[in-house]
Write a protein that binds this ligand. Structure first.
Ligand SMILES: Nc1ncnc2c1ncn2[C@@H]1O[C@H](COP(=O)(O)OP(=O)(O)OP(=O)(O)O)[C@@H](O)[C@H]1O
Length: 299
């Protein structure tokens, strides 16, 4: 299993205005740990530094100071290509993150081959179908042949999740993974992430504006304000009994957490049966496919 220690992470950018350059501290002395099967939620308003932390974790950016230390159970540091394989990101925009010219199958086969998870066409194709079934995109062979624009937003995000897992991810950085999806399908995608987390022992960083889902899908919440963590603790404590004025403001602006909590709990209970809680009728495939829309009400 894999653990991440983020220690005193700081990132400065330099903003150009005319001939002058103004320094901007986007992330300021942030520390936290990500553990297998645990989720840390990073909440904060736009510009508070959430995505910069995601980029630092996935090595898309280098820190100005501080460190991101990833290790296996026995203390071996995770470096180089193993780091790139194990630390994966799910992006906010499922429309922009998939290449419209390539099939769904290609999107999944590429990381499998690149990270040498499979060998040869037959084994790769079989694994692609298996990955699609795991994210409830069935019939998998028909989905694999499609291009991203032939899928709904929720289905595309499922492909993006499967693609992140394909190389053998152990740490998932989910940057607003459902904020661009229709409200009615968000819980299905979050429940899918929660199930995959249990099955794969994933450590998850869940970046969101949404306090209700942060509460129900995470163990610890970090509240970020202008790059600094201003409040942190167990999810229930931070969101139901906030101490910092900024967290209180965020909580006041959020929809009623008790009401949303009940909705989430119902969805999660259904998910525990092992059958995904949502299905939809796919007119292209001519069949019911998983977990994007509310199940039809009988009668
Ligand atoms: N490459 C960059 N160059 C300069 N400034 C940047 C760069 N990336 C981010 N910033 C600045 O750093 C600050 C933090 O941005 P960041 O994208 O991390 O915030 P965020 O909390 O993720 O916001 P959002 O929720 O809108 O995505 C912002 O002021 C942003 O303008």
């Amino acid at each position: 299993m894999t653990t991440v220690s983020v220690s005193h992470l700081t990132k400065d950018y330099s903003l150009r205005s005319g001939l002058r350059r103004t320094p901007l501290r986007a992330v300021d002395d942030v520390s936290f740990d990500l553990l297998p099967r645990r989720t840390v939620a990073l909440v904060g308003e736009s510009g508070s530094g959430k995505s910069t932390i995601a980029k630092l974790l996935t090595r898309l950016e280098k820190p100005t100071s501080g460190s991101v230390d990833v290790r296996l159970d026995d203390g071996t540091p995770v470096l180089g290509s193993v780091y790139r394989r194990q630390v994966q990101m799910v992006f906010q925009d499922p429309f922009a993150s998939l290449n419209p010219f390539h099939s769904v199958g290609h999107h999944l086969a590429r990381p499998l081959l690149l990270h040498q998870r499979t060998r040869g066409t037959a084994q790769t194709h079989a694994r692609v179908l298996e990955m699609l079934e795991r994210v409830n995109l069935t019939p998998a062979d028909a989905v694999a042949a499609r291009r991203p624009h032939e899928l709904s937003g929720g289905q595309r995000q499922r492909v993006a999740i499967a693609r992140a897992l394909a190389p053998g991810a152990k740490v998932l950085v989910a940057d607003e993974p459902v904020s661009m999806l229709d409200v009615s399908i968000r819980l299905g995608v979050l429940n899918l992430l929660a199930r995959l987390q249990r099955e794969e022992d994933l450590a998850v960083l869940y970046i969101t504006h949404d306090l209700a889902t942060a509460r129900h899908f995470s163990d610890e919440v970090l509240v970020l304000y202008r790059g600094r963590v201003v409040e942190r603790g167990p999810a229930d404590a931070v969101i139901l009994d906030p101490h910092h004025d900024y967290t209180k403001l965020l909580a006041q602006a959020a929809p009623d957490p008790e009401r949303l909590g009940k909705v989430v709990a119902t969805e999660a209970a259904t998910d525990r049966t092992g059958i995904d809680n949502r299905v939809c009728y796919d007119h292209h495939l001519g069949t019911w496919t998983g977990a994007d829309h509310p199940a039809p009400v009988p009668g």
